[in-house]
Design a protein around this ligand. Structure first.
Ligand SMILES: [Mg+2]
Length: 384
């Protein structure tokens, strides 16, 4: 059994948790540059009630709700909070993985009362960080993720053998992540409208009409997932983070912001494991491009989030002068080496000391009060 935890309006909830003045109000989290000419990075539930959602131009958002509050996005804060939640969840003793910055999955096989466990987890996150989470439980990753969306916000839903068909019948197939416009069109022609339609098609049928993609959908819906109970540290071949946006966006600044955030998360994971990576892989998915993935390999390994970001941006530029509409994106790094072994240039040493200082502060004094210091340190890093 898989338990999927999805934070509710994550960035906006964090801002509201820190600043009581923003609680209960429509809140837009956006780019630092200009509040009127950027894209909504996150919206509080009060803002969502006006029809505002992430990926929307802020000009449109302020038209819908002129009185909305505005806060500039602060990635360091969101990554830090994400890691606090990861640590908190780790204490439950179940195998745990990052699904994205605001989503986590636990293998709770053997747990007698998953509903009770979900309630306890929800309460603990609320008590320690004052932000809400929605939780889904099901036999595999995909269904658990779908379940977490059913009763949002602050919801819990379990997809069991008994209610499986009823739940899937109520969900449009477009709700499944990873379905591009082209795939959706083919499915429509095949009469697949709901997730149940897809669930009930035999594997062979899906393979003959949708190819490898069809088989993947079949497996994702029908499998009984378990985590590897003994993942060996030395077998780690890649480290990655990905994110699915609420709606597709073509805004370069917004997409680059997400690439930066994912790069910083990957960098921290590498430093935790004392590894450096030579290869950076960027993948993008969107309604027009379905999937785009490319990688670059450098002579010098790195574990610096900013450097990983710069390398990923070089790949992004290859996708053309105009960014395609992007809905999902991910950064992963490969060709991993023990970090001590490579030669560091003076500039790199300076930056390494700075990132290590940041990690130290974040790990040791994990408290909201440290934030101003962390942010001012972060500002001394090169501008993106
Ligand atoms: Mg979320």
């Amino acid at each position: 059994m898989i338990l999927h935890i999805d934070m509710d309006a994550f960035f906006a909830s964090i801002e509201q948790a820190i600043n009581p003045r923003l609680r209960g109000k429509p809140l837009i989290v956006g780019s630092r540059k200009s509040r009127l000419h950027t894209v909504v990075c996150a919206a509080s539930y009060e803002a969502k009630a006006y029809g505002i959602d992430s990926g929307m131009p802020t000009s449109e958002a302020f038209r819908l709700c002129p009185q909305a509050e505005f806060v500039a996005a602060d990635q360091a804060k969101y990554i830090w909070t994400s890691e606090q939640i990861f640590q908190l969840l780790g204490n439950y003793g179940f195998p745990l993985i990052y699904s994205s910055i605001d989503e986590f999955q636990m293998d709770i096989t053997g747990c007698q009362n998953s509903l009770e466990l979900a309630r306890i987890i929800q309460d603990e996150i609320r008590k320690s960080l004052n932000i809400g989470a929605s939780i889904g439980v099901a036999k595999n990753y995909l269904l658990a993720k779908l379940a977490s969306k059913i009763n949002k916000p602050n919801g819990i839903a379990i997809i069991s053998e008994e209610n499986l068909e009823a739940v899937l019948a109520g969900l449009a197939v477009s709700k499944l992540c990873g379905i591009g416009l082209a795939t959706e069109t083919i499915m429509e022609a095949l009469g697949i409208k709901t997730c149940l339609d897809l669930y009930q098609k035999p594997c062979q049928f899906l393979e003959s009409h949708l190819g490898k993609n069809g088989v993947n959908f079949y497996l994702a819906l029908h499998s009984q997932d378990r985590f590897d109970p003994n993942p060996k540290e030395e077998t780690i071949k890649s480290v990655g983070h990905s994110y699915t946006l609420a709606r597709a966006s073509q805004n370069r600044g917004f997409i680059q912001g997400w690439i930066r955030l994912l790069s910083e998360m990957v960098g921290r994971r590498l430093r935790e494991k004392s590894l450096g990576a030579k290869t950076v892989h960027l993948w993008l998915a969107g309604p027009e491009i379905e999937h785009f993935g490319q990688q670059v390999t450098y002579k010098e390994p790195t574990h610096d989030g900013f450097e990983i970001y710069l390398r990923a941006i070089k790949i992004l530029k290859k996708s053309g002068p105009q960014i395609p509409k992007i809905r999902g994106l991910g950064i992963s790094v490969k060709s991993l080496f023990p970090a001590e072994k490579y030669f560091l240039l003076k500039e790199d040493i300076k930056r390494r000391d700075l990132t290590e200082a940041l990690d130290l502060i974040n790990n040791k004094f994990g408290d909201w009060s440290i934030y101003p210091a962390v942010i001012s340190l972060a500002k001394t890093r090169p501008k993106s």
